[in-house]
Design a protein around this ligand. Sequence first.
Ligand SMILES: [Fe+2]
Length: 471
Amino acid sequence: MSIHAIHSGPMLFLRAAEGGALRLAVTCLRPADSPAPVIRTTDRVPVEALTTRAGTTLWRSEIVVTESHPRYEVDGTAYEVAIPDEGDMTVAFTSCNGQERGDLDRSEEERNLMWARLHRRMGHEPVHLLLHGGDQIYADEVTESHPLSAKWPDEVPEEISAAERHDLRETLANGFFLRYATQRAQAGYGDVVSRVPSLCMWDDHDICDGWGSLPQKAQNSELATILFEAAREAFLLFQFGCRGDEHPEICSGRTSAFSWRMDLPGLSVIAPDLRSTRTKRQVMDAHSWADLDSLLHSTEAQTLLISSVPALGPRLSWVERAMKLTRRMEEYEDDLRDQWQSYAHRDEWCRFLRALMAVHDGEETSLAVLSGEIHLAMRATMKTDTGHMHQLVASGISHPAPPEKMAIALSWLARLGEAPLKGHPIRMHPLPGQTRPYVAQRNYLLLRRREGQWAAVWDLEDSGETDPLPI
Ligand SMILES: [Fe+2]
């Protein structure tokens, strides 16, 4: 990966949407020895350096764009922003923006093909909001950059001295920073995030593969603590536009997890943090559950709930138990332990589904779940008292699609269905125009409100845009 100082275009982060205006944070990267960017709305606004790493400074401004002035400028380049109102709205949902190995060695054009497609769409369809549902980077290789973490998670040092700790922390933090920064500067991706305000929630690869579900020896080590600190700093900088020591204002009160909610006209978007307090035995701790309960209170007419791993899916717990029989399959067992459907998380899964269903069944409120994680497009429903609650999966936008046979096998498994809550069966269905529930193509999802009705559309790399699915 390049160690040259990086120059990137801006990225927008939504702070609030009120009264025909958007309050945004805008961040850009400049070589540390270059002047600060000049950022303007109607007037020039102050900029603040969030951090400098690897010869590059991340700068931030807080701006407000309005219906009468829906644009901002960075160093003389103007960027138009679509301001949402009570009328038509388009929300894009993406996940899995990378791959485990050699992600940034790929051709920029090929890697960001679906981003470029989303950008071209913006020429004829305003996109008001960009939701990043997890694996915004694939940080798996970051631990290889220091000898003490090179064998993570299989081997962890028994002890780390104070001097080693500092060196390791800096090396990992620089590794995360460079990975995000390199991606930020890429065409396609950069074109979208400079004009559509982002809201992000992380998943495991933003930290490391399987974070929270790894063997105890690794997960409880000092190295794990240092790795998580470095990942969290980068998460705050590049997924919230915050300093490493700030707690994002969109997040609920607690400082050790990052669950958030954002209200727009007629729309609530809610993202529980399913990574910060995950262990092999729990998805979220008691505080995070209390956070989620309060975030689900008094929602707008439509809620989009981001669950970084799918909340509705086939009966994977059977597969997980079968895998316990063979040591060779342990790697996949960690992946299955990450799922809501894991036998270890059954009670929490039921609690989660009951909480979501209560919103969906509320008077004049509806909820749909958005997820990534599996590198396939998929959809499912759960029967509720007021109709079906939808699970929409879009994954990944730049992660290569898995082999077709994986989609076939999972589609076969999907026939088993599942009913963790009695009387509320979960069913998988083909996407509009497709024959199987799982589609092995790179993709992203669009949620469109037209004349007050919400519908979902997948943009699939080979098949193109699906017909709209009312949700
Ligand atoms: Fe992923």
